[in-house]
Design a protein around this ligand. Structure first.
Ligand code: IMP
Ligand code: MG
Length: 180
């Protein structure tokens, strides 16, 4: 189902806003079922900000009252390709020692970003680190890591919308799509 975004490109919808909302409610229920005490939710900025804000409200509806802190990392992409290194752009403000942490990211692609964030938080003494991603691009993994929860499988091409960008554009789209 093509949909026009402001600008000249056409965006082909892959996951609709409705499908995303339904899936988030399921994920929130599953995560609440883990009964993680003193939960700290850590969205990995920037691409996860829309997903994280909806998942957070889903967690509230599922009965949780987590704290939230943000981690911003750069995964050094050359256009649409990851080139390997991950650096901290903005570190957490809160101490994760002995805490349960829910890491949220938009896409699990090569795995470098999630592996970096998870290793960092484990090394700082977190009790348990659970990860939840919107999209899992399974075929592209170069680091051995899986998310504990993934909302959807991702087709093996570059996607935009619902927080995800191509050169800082398309983050505002309420669905996940592909530039065609
Ligand atoms: P990884 O470190 O290779 O797993 O890359 C993860 C990050 O790359 C995600 O958090 C996204 O920000 C970005 N990324 C990977 N694939 C896509 C895509 O198809 N669209 C937009 N961003 C992507
Ligand atoms: Mg990202």
């Amino acid at each position: 189902m093509p949909d026009s975004a402001p600008g000249t490109e056409t965006i082909e919808v892959i996951y609709t806003a409705e499908a995303i909302a339904d899936r988030i409610a399921e994920l929130a229920t599953a995560i609440a079922g883990l009964e993680l005490d003193r939960l700290l939710v850590v969205p990995i900025l920037t691409g996860s900000f829309v997903f994280a804000s909806d998942l957070l409200r889903g967690l509230h509806r599922a009965g949780l009252a987590p704290e939230v802190d943000f981690l911003s990392v750069s995964s050094y992409r050359d256009g649409t390709k990851s080139v390997g290194q991950v650096d901290i752009i903005r570190d957490l403000r809160l101490d994760v020692t002995d805490r349960n942490v829910l890491l949220i990211d938009d896409i699990l692609d090569t795995g470098r970003t999630l592996a970096f964030a998870k290793d960092l938080i484990v090394a700082r003494g977190a009790k348990r680190v659970v990860s939840c991603v919107l999209l899992d691009k399974k075929v592209r993994r170069s680091v051995a890591i899986e998310a504990d929860y993934a909302a959807f499988d991702c087709p093996p091409y570059f996607v935009v919308g619902y927080g995800m960008d191509l050169a800082s554009r398309f983050r505002e789209l309420p669905f996940v799509g592909r530039v065609v």
